[in-house]
Each structure stands twice: as structure tokens, then as C-alpha cells.
Ligand binder design. Structure first.
Ligand SMILES: NC(=O)C1=CN([C@@H]2O[C@H](COP(=O)(O)OP(=O)(O)OC[C@H]3O[C@@H](n4cnc5c(N)ncnc54)[C@H](O)[C@@H]3O)[C@@H](O)[C@H]2O)[C@@H](O)CC1
Ligand SMILES: Nc1ncnc2c1ncn2[C@@H]1O[C@H](COP(=O)(O)OP(=O)(O)O)[C@@H](O)[C@H]1O
Ligand SMILES: [K+]
Length: 498
């Protein structure tokens, strides 16, 4: 599992480091990493570092200082380096001096010969001639999007961009963007990932992220967020052992679908069938359809006569009327862990007294999309982590907030983030597949928070594999939820092989 630390946590750790190691030395360590990764990228894209041209976009703070020191190092490696200063009076003095000593050129963003956008001729030339651009405009202390001159310069860049710490213009805490921002090929960050590298637009605009060691090590506290690695999911995915039978691995009950929406039942039950090897029971009006599509499912007409289960997946297609409410009440009273999705969420929003049916010790997972979340607790807003955390605490649930980045908050404040590099799961019925997956993992006794993380991971990978139509393809084609469902075994195999 990878950790993600907030800017405040990183700053506090930095302060402890500065007590042992002088600040300028820490900054030079950071800058050296930026230079090394920039040199590697230059060599990959142009075949060399020496003789190539690197342009630094330098803002007012230490982020600009990192860029200037990195420029000095690249100069020593034979690159031509020009710094474009966005705030000439505030550029980091030691960094600036170092770049000048190394033979770097320094120009002002709004220097002589400024065009109608306010950009000087030398700055325009430096940006357009660059083989590589280093974004040192703003870092951890960033507020808001790029200001007009910086935005205009960035818009003129055609070369690959290496962001120092984070792509400028992205909110460090939420990853949100509300105006122009840098779209980096590579981000070199220090000490640990920050939320903007895994959340929202920031996850995409960061490009690939490398974490450089600047000696924060033991000074970092428990991470604020966690990201599962494919190998974590693969190693922990429940598979049968020699002494297992169909009951020992957990039986999941699926209460989904209706005469009007039998598809939700087929998708949720099918996903539970493929997620784990134990047993799936289905209870509801779509029993015949489920049985004919998944003969291994033990199907009955109602939750009351479903038989014993170790968890319930409830909600998709059950409706928001009296019968849906009774189904939800029944599974809550069972004392088993419950994954409540879709109509269940609307039912909770309509009738909070449903919570009274819950056994206090049984975990409840809620899996809203933004619209369902709004019914529960108002608009999600730009800080999706804070929103998910608040409802998880308030309702004592594991809250999985769907979207391109899935955020999973536990009642104790732990948060898992599942950033996505694609949007193939955005198709009708794909949420029903996720519900079945979570339900099946809950039945094995897995920690509900982790179960959600595993399910979200496998779900996104299955969608990607389905869209790509097999290994080695680069361009995908749109898929439906049935194709996502069919790709689940391949996704689990892929994860278990990593
Ligand atoms: N503290 C340290 O010694 C270390 C810090 N490091 C670097 O220092 C950075 C943080 O430095 P600072 O705290 O000086 O802050 P920044 O470099 O992030 O920037 C602060 C300055 O930018 C201005 N600013 C904020 N938002 C802006 C926007 N949208 N457009 C234009 N200007 C904006 C602020 O008014 C302020 O003047 C980190 O991101 C990292 O790159 C690294 O060198 C590692 C060690
Ligand atoms: N833009 C997106 N990128 C990646 N995943 C997405 C995107 N939009 C939705 N998803 C995922 O697709 C699934 C959709 O679920 P849901 O909204 O419940 O759909 P439905 O009710 O039609 O099944 C969720 O797992 C969600 O996280
Ligand atoms: K930056």
C-alpha cells in the first residue's frame, strides 16, 4: 500500500528534518532528483542531455528555488538552461545565484518586447525553443489556478514538462482545477505523494509520479490517504485453500433486481459468482432470470426464505417503494455485513428510521455516485475525500464514493483512493457489478474498507481489459456492463500474477 500525505503533514516532517539537516541542503537534494529525472527524460525523448535546451518556469517560492537549483545541475551536465522568472523580485536568491554561477541564462516573463499577452520576446523564445520545460511556478503553497502570464507561457510549451512537486494550477489538497493548469509528463515529488497526485484532475495532470527521498523517512506520520498497489490486491484476493468447501469461503446473499429490472440482479449475482469461489444466494423477483443465466446461484423469491448468508449485497433495481424498504430492513436486521447500493441509498435518504433496523456491530458499506451522495448529505463539492470521510463518520459506514477517482472512507477516518487512468466503467449497470463484488468479498470476512478497495481495483481493471479487447491493444472500444462482468476473471488473474 502506498501512503499519501497532506501538505501540512509534509511541512511538519520537513521542519523536523531541518533541525538535523540545513534547509538549503534539503532543497538541493530535492533539486538534484528533479535534475536527474529531467536528464533521463531528455535522453529518452531527444537522445542526449548535453547540448539540449531546458527552460525553467520559476515562481516566487521554494518551488521555483528547486527549479533553479535543478537548472544549475543540468547546466553542469551540458544542457543549455534558461530561467523565465514570473516574479523577478521574489525569485529564490540562492537558487538564482547558483544558476548564474553555472552559466544559466535568466530572463523575465514580462521582459522587453512584451506582446499583447504580456510575454517578453526572450521568454517566448525560451519556451518555444525548449526540449524540456521544468515547472517551478508553484508547489505546496499553491492557491488557485495559474495566473494569466504563467498560463500564457504554459500554453506556448510544446516540449515535455517535468513538474516540481506538483503540476502548478492544481489544488495540492483536492487535486481540483478551476482554471489553467500545467499538464505534466512527469512529476518529481519529495518525501511522499500528496493528495493532488491521486485525486481529481491532478491525478491525470501529474503524469507519472516519482517520489524522491529527501530524508523525511521516520518523521512522516501515518499517511492521510492510502492507495492499493495491484500486487496488494492480487496477494490478498481470496481463493480456495485445500481445506475449503463452498461454505467455509462465505456465502453472499444478493437482493437486487425486480420484474422491471431483472438485469441488475443478473449483473450483481454474476459478479458475486465470479469474485470468489464460495456460494451465492439470490433473493428477489428475478429468481428465474438469475437461475437461467447463473445456474450455480441458489435463487429464491424473497429475502425471508433465502437461507443463511455471511453478507448481503442489496439495492440495485429493488425500487424505492414499500417492498424495497422491507428488503433493506430485512438484510439490516440480519446482523451480517451489508453492501447497500443504488435504491438502498435512496431509501436511507428518504427514511432515516431505516438505520434503526441495523445491528450495531454489523458493517454497512454505502456505494453512492455523486447524485446518490447528494440525497444523503448534500452536494459532494470539490473536496471529495472530506465529503466521504464526513458521511462515513456520521453514519458509521464505509462510504465508497464513485467516480473517475473512487474514494473509500472508513468510519475511523482511514481513506483509500483508487485513481483511474481511464473511464471505461462509466456505463449503465457497472455499479451493479461493483455491488456484487463487494458483497462477495464481505462474505469472506475481509475488512469492509479493504474489500471496497479490492473491488474498486478489480472493477476498473476489468473494464480496461474489456475495452482493450485483449492484451497488447492500445485503443479501446466502448463496453457495456456485461463485457465488464465477463472480464472479471481476467482482471483477478492479472492482479494475482503481479
Ligand atoms: N521547505 C523546503 O525547504 C523544501 C521545500 N521544497 C519545495 O518548496 C515548495 C514549497 O515552497 P513554498 O512554501 O515557498 O511555496 P511555493 O513555491 O509553492 O509558492 C509560494 C509562492 O507562490 C505564490 N502563489 C501561490 N499560488 C499561486 C498561483 N496560483 N500563481 C502564482 N503564484 C502563486 C504565493 O503567493 C507565494 O509567493 C515545495 O512544493 C517544494 O517544491 C523542496 O525544496 C524540499 C524542501
Ligand atoms: N468517469 C469515470 N471514470 C472511471 N470510472 C467511472 C467513471 N464514472 C463512473 N465510474 C465507475 O463506474 C461505476 C458506475 O456505477 P453507477 O453510477 O452505480 O452505475 P449504474 O447504476 O448504472 O450501475 C462505478 O464503479 C464508478 O466508480
Ligand atoms: K510545480
Amino acid at each position: 500500500m502506498q501512503g499519501v500525505w497532506t501538505p501540512d503533514q509534509i511541512r511538519a516532517a520537513e521542519r523536523s528534518v531541518f533541525a538535523r539537516t540545513p534547509e538549503p541542503l534539503v532543497m538541493r537534494r530535492a533539486a538534484f532528483a528533479v535534475a536527474a529525472h529531467s536528464a533521463r527524460l531528455l535522453a529518452e525523448t531527444t537522445g542526449a542531455t548535453a547540448g539540449r535546451h531546458v527552460t525553467l518556469l520559476v515562481g516566487a517560492g521554494n518551488n521555483g528555488g528547486d527549479a533553479l537549483w535543478a537548472g544549475a545541475e543540468l547546466r553542469r551536465r551540458g544542457a543549455g538552461v534558461t530561467a523565465v522568472l514570473l516574479a523577478p523580485d521574489k525569485a529564490h536568491p540562492a537558487g538564482l545565484a547558483a544558476l548564474r554561477r553555472a552559466g544559466g541564462r535568466v530572463v523575465e516573463a514580462s521582459g522587453p518586447g512584451a506582446d499583447t499577452a504580456g510575454i517578453g520576446a526572450a521568454a517566448t523564445d525560451a519556451v518555444q525553443r525548449a526540449d524540456l520545460v521544468i515547472d517551478g511556478i508553484v508547489g505546496l503553497s499553491a492557491r488557485g489556478s495559474l495566473r494569466p502570464v504563467a498560463a500564457e507561457l504554459v500554453a506556448r510549451v510544446e516540449a515535455p514538462i517535468v513538474a516540481v512537486d506538483l503540476p502548478s494550477g492544481v489544488d495540492p489538497i483536492t487535486g481540483a482545477v478551476d482554471g489553467p493548469a500545467v499538464d505534466a509528463d512527469l512529476t518529481v515529488t519529495f518525501g511522499g505523494r500528496k493528495p493532488c497526485h491521486v485525486l481529481g484532475a491532478g491525478a491525470v495532470l501529474s503524469g507519472s509520479v516519482v517520489v524522491a527521498d529527501i530524508g523525511l523517512g521516520d518523521d512522516l506520520p501515518e499517511p492521510d490517504l492510502h492507495v492499493l498497489e495491484p500486487s496488494d490486491v492480487g496477494a490478498g484476493w481470496p481463493v480456495p485453500g485445500a481445506s475449503d468447501d463452498k461454505y467455509s469461503q462465505g456465502v453472499v446473499g444478493v437482493a437486487a433486481g425486480s420484474a422491471t429490472y431483472p438485469g441488475a440482479a443478473v449483473l450483481a449475482a454474476g459478479s458475486a459468482v465470479q469474485a470468489t469461489s464460495g456460494m451465492v444466494r439470490y433473493a428477489g423477483p428475478a429468481a428465474d432470470v438469475v437461475r437461467s443465466r447463473w445456474p450455480e446461484v441458489v435463487a429464491t423469491g424473497s429475502v425471508a426464505d433465502a437461507g443463511r448468508v455471511q453478507s448481503w449485497a442489496v439495492g440495485p433495481g429493488i425500487g424505492t417503494g414499500a417492498s424495497g424498504r422491507e428488503v433493506l430492513r430485512h438484510v439490516l436486521e440480519s446482523g451480517r455485513p451489508v453492501c447497500a447500493d443504488a435504491d438502498s441509498i435512496t431509501l436511507f435518504a428518504q427514511d432515516p428510521t431505516l438505520w434503526d433496523a441495523r445491528e450495531p456491530d454489523a458493517a454497512v458499506v454505502l456505494t453512492p455516485h455523486a447524485g446518490e451522495f447528494e440525497r444523503l448529505a448534500g452536494e459532494v463539492g470539490p473536496d471529495r475525500v472530506a465529503a466521504a470521510r464526513e458521511v462515513a463518520r456520521r453514519d458509521d459506514v464505509v462510504l465508497l464514493l464513485k467516480g473517475n477517482t473512487t474514494v473509500i472512507a472508513a468510519p475511523d477516518g482511514r481513506v483509500l483512493v483508487n485513481p483511474s487512468t481511464h473511464a471505461w466503467p462509466a456505463t449503465a449497470g457497472s455499479g451493479d457489478v461493483l455491488t456484487g463484488l463487494i458483497g462477495a468479498l464481505l462474505a469472506t470476512g475481509m475488512d469492509p474498507w479493504l474489500a471496497c478497495g479490492f473491488a474498486a481495483h478489480a472493477h476498473a481493471l476489468a473494464a480496461e481489459l474489456a475495452a482493450l479487447g485483449g492484451a497488447g491493444e492500445e485503443a479501446g472500444a466502448p463496453i457495456g456492463a456485461s463485457a465488464l462482468l465477463a472480464a472479471l476473471p481476467a482482471a483477478i488473474r492479472t492482479l494475482r500474477s503481479t
